[in-house]
Design a protein around this ligand. Structure first.
Ligand code: XUL
Ligand code: CO
Length: 438
């Protein structure tokens, strides 16, 4: 490989919290054993190809500000290779175990469907070669079924069945490529699966189409023996006014309807949770309780802005609560923590990408270490258990298990003339408990 824009940077190393180096990890000691295994295996960080290698700083009001060498090449396939060379050099410098991509991040769209598919296979072979000499593995692959104008009215939920077929074909090939590259998951984010106005939309048809598409994905997964997880990524709005995969609870209802709740899990993104009016930990805890916690897209939004700013995380408090719920859920299994986050438009240097990831990695590692302590201490969990302790009494267990009909509950309650007393929820005490560990 020739020179890349990251060639001059040495591998970012763990130097400890005393270090004042800007290009070192201060909390992410990948080999440190916590809760029985190395941090690297708990956190399973991934670099997102689209934000780190493709994003050029343009926004609705302004032209690109970030100019990478491969963005100026006229030969699109050569540009894709140069981009891949830079990507793997970035993975080398950051020394993170995983990456993620959309088909359109790694390959240019062709003139025709066939050409797009050929490009995809050519470039994924190139990535496979790069992976032979890299430690970085594929956390997940996905299809970009939202950028091209053909997907303007949706992919699976498009009124035009040809767009559905085009999308199914593209997903099939992206799944083939994800399997070939050893991907641990395959993600579906419903980019434009939603609507702008109900005036032109049949909700009934579109949800049926979406159910059919996901069923096809699951069927194909089994047909090709892809051992990874299939993940849906909820988001309530943007780009459409209403996105069908609104949040975890909505996705679960959709999965139940199509009998897919044991086949598909969720990839939860911090800022998507915020846009849905939830905290990240709400989404994590909900998914864990429903048995569909798959993977995480780590980022943050801006509470003052109602759109998807995809910033690198900086808030230790909220990240600690998220990590606590990941730990309580027993970890992420084959999922991981993908930095679905981009540098700001004015952060134009390659080095800015390093600072961004180092900050995000350290923030998550630090939050995880704190959450692990809270978990190991057990006090928080004990106080919660204690709050529900009444349910351990045999008669209340029977009531919850549906073994007591309404009249029996009434008879028992009336006979004892029960008089429940309000009990403190101890919120401030628990907030102090978290702060004591921070
Ligand atoms: C969009 C988003 C996507 C998905 C993958 O908000 O999060 O980048 O993660 O398509
Ligand atoms: Co995402």
């Amino acid at each position: 490989m020739g020179q890349s824009i990251f060639s001059s940077f040495p591998v970012v190393e763990y130097k400890g919290t005393e270090s004042t180096s800007d290009l070192a990890y201060r909390w992410y000691d990948a080999d440190r054993t916590v809760l029985g295994k190395p941090l690297r295996e708990h956190l399973r960080f991934a670099v997102a190809y689209w934000h780190s290698l493709v994003m050029n700083g343009s926004d609705p009001f302004g032209a690109p500000t970030i100019n990478r060498p491969w963005m100026n090449r006229t030969d699109a396939m050569q540009a894709a290779q140069d981009k891949a060379d830079a990507a793997f050099d970035l993975f080398r410098v950051l020394d993170l175990p995983f990456y993620t991509f959309h088909d359109r991040d790694i390959t240019p769209d062709g003139e025709t469907l066939r050409e797009s598919i050929t490009n995809l296979h050519t470039m994924s072979d190139y990535l496979a070669k790069k992976m032979e000499s890299s430690k970085t593995r594929l956390l997940w692959g996905t299809a970009n079924l939202f950028s091209h104008p053909r997907f303007m009215s949706g992919a699976a939920t498009n009124p035009d069945p040809e767009v559905f077929a085009y999308s199914a074909t593209t997903i099939k090939h992206c799944m083939d490529v994800t399997k070939k590259l050893g991907g641990e998951n395959y993600v579906l984010w419903g980019g434009r699966e939603g609507y702008e106005t109900l005036l032109n939309t049949s909700l009934k048809r579109e949800l049926e189409q979406m159910g059919r598409m996901l069923t096809l994905v699951v069927e194909y997964k089994h047909k090709i023996g892809f051992s990874g997880q299939i993940l849906l990524e909820p988001k309530p709005k943007e780009p459409t006014v209403h996105q069908y995969d609104f949040d975890t609870a909505t996705v679960f209802g959709f999965l139940k309807r199509f009998g897919l709740e044991n086949e598909v899990k969720v990839n939860l993104e911090a800022n998507h949770a915020l846009l849905a009016g939830h905290t990240f930990e709400h989404e994590i805890a909900t998914a864990a309780d429903l048995g569909i916690l798959g993977s995480l897209d780590i980022n943050r939004g801006d509470p003052l802005l109602g759109w998807d700013t995809d910033q690198f995380p900086t808030d230790l408090y909220s990240m600690t609560l998220a990590m606590y719920h990941v730990i309580q859920a027993g970890g992420l299994g084959r999922g991981g923590m993908n930095f679905d986050a981009k540098v700001r438009r004015q952060s134009t240097e390659p080095e800015d990408l390093l600072h961004a990831h180092i900050g995000g990695v350290d923030m998550c590692a630090r939050a995880f270490l704190i959450a692990a302590k809270i978990h190991e201490e057990g006090r928080l969990a004990d106080i919660v258990d204690e709050r529900y302790a009444g349910w351990n009494l045999p008669e209340n267990k029977a009531m919850l298990a549906g073994k007591e009909p309404p009249e029996a509950i009434a008879a028992r309650s009336e006979e004892r003339n029960i008089n429940p007393q309000p009990r403190s929820g101890r919120q401030e005490q628990l907030e102090n408990l978290i702060n004591r560990h921070l």
